[in-house]
Design a protein around this ligand. Structure first.
Ligand SMILES: NC(=O)c1ccc[n+]([C@@H]2O[C@H](COP(=O)([O-])OP(=O)(O)OC[C@H]3O[C@@H](n4cnc5c(N)ncnc54)[C@H](O)[C@@H]3O)[C@@H](O)[C@H]2O)c1
Length: 272
């Protein structure tokens, strides 16, 4: 899908990090943006900073884990602009660091609610609008943890793998309706955002005292870190190129290649 300056984009988790980066890059291309987030105060600040930079921006408080809330977001988008072209299902939190047998059912419910059902609610609310216009695209944020194992984060990795599989299948389903519809999954490595701090504010994790606000402190042992804008640029290039996957970040391609090679070696060996 070519992104044009009469387009409208909706971004969940738009108050911070990658979502905010997507809003900045899209607005700079003249796209009208609807940013949405569950954190009302953060959303108001993000709206003000985007508007100050010249963006045409609407802010809607919504919880992606709540289907009715996401339907209201779709209604508000149509009331404000009468169309929608790009839907970025991006909101997310991270799970506590622990092996699977120590992860609580509350963590699983939260991660499945936000990351899996959050994307499902976004697709269910917006797909009929894209289909009716005969064009449009979903950009679903997963993670490099959706392409390869990430020990001590199973609720995160599991839900991110789900978003990868969901998006690959969604793209085929949309293409069956019209070749001008599609979906892309974003699987970045480390991105310099306050994901940990926001996840703590939303009750998803408890950070040890003194933990730095950004993800930068984890960068040394994970192959570097990208800015939200770099990730947004890579994601939107992939949307425009009609690619189903995009995985920016140091070491991500290598980890994905190793996982696919191991998978094929196992199943081919199993057949022999
Ligand atoms: N930062 C990284 O290193 C990294 C790497 C790979 C993938 N991701 C994924 O990218 C996405 C965006 O994360 P980020 O790093 O920009 O973090 P962030 O905390 O800066 O942004 C996430 C936003 O989502 C919002 N949010 C959380 N739960 C919500 C809900 N139920 N409803 C609506 N909004 C909600 C938060 O309030 C926050 O503003 C997440 O899904 C995350 O898992 C992040």
């Amino acid at each position: 899908m070519r992104i044009a300056n009469d387009h409208v984009a909706v971004i969940t988790g738009g108050a911070s990090g990658i979502g905010h980066g997507l809003a900045e890059v899209l607005a700079a291309r003249g796209v009208r943006v609807v940013i949405s987030d569950v954190r009302e105060e953060g959303l108001a600040k993000a709206r003000a900073s985007l508007a100050e930079a010249g963006a045409e921006v609407t802010a809607v408080v919504a919880d992606v884990a709540d289907e009715a809330s996401v339907r209201t977001l779709a209604d508000r988008t149509m009331t404000a602009y009468g169309r929608v072209d790009l839907v970025c299902n991006n909101a997310g939190v991270v799970s506590p660091a622990a092996p699977l047998w120590e992860q609580t059912s509350r963590t699983w419910e939260l991660m499945i609610g936000v990351k899996v059902l959050g994307v499902v609610h976004g697709v269910r609310a917006f797909a009929p609008l894209l289909i009716e216009r005969g064009a449009g695209h979903f950009l679903n944020t997963a993670s490099s943890g959706g392409l390869a194992p990430l020990p001590d984060r199973t609720p995160y990795t599991t839900t991110m793998h789900a978003v990868v599989g969901l998006t690959e299948t969604l793209d085929e389903e949309l293409k069956r309706v019209a070749p001008t519809l599609g979906a892309t999954v974003l699987c970045p490595g480390l991105v310099d955002t306050p994901l940990g701090r926001n996840s703590e504010a939303l009750g998803a994790i408890r950070l040890p005292p003194g933990t730095p606000a950004s993800m930068r402190s984890m960068a040394d042992n994970r192959g570097g870190i990208l800015s939200p804008r770099e990730v947004a640029e890579a994601a939107l290039d992939a949307v425009e190129a009609g690619r189903v996957h995009v995985a920016p970040g140091g070491g991500v391609v290598e980890r994905a290649r190793a996982r696919v090679a191991a998978l094929l070696a196992d199943i081919e060996g199993g057949d022999a």
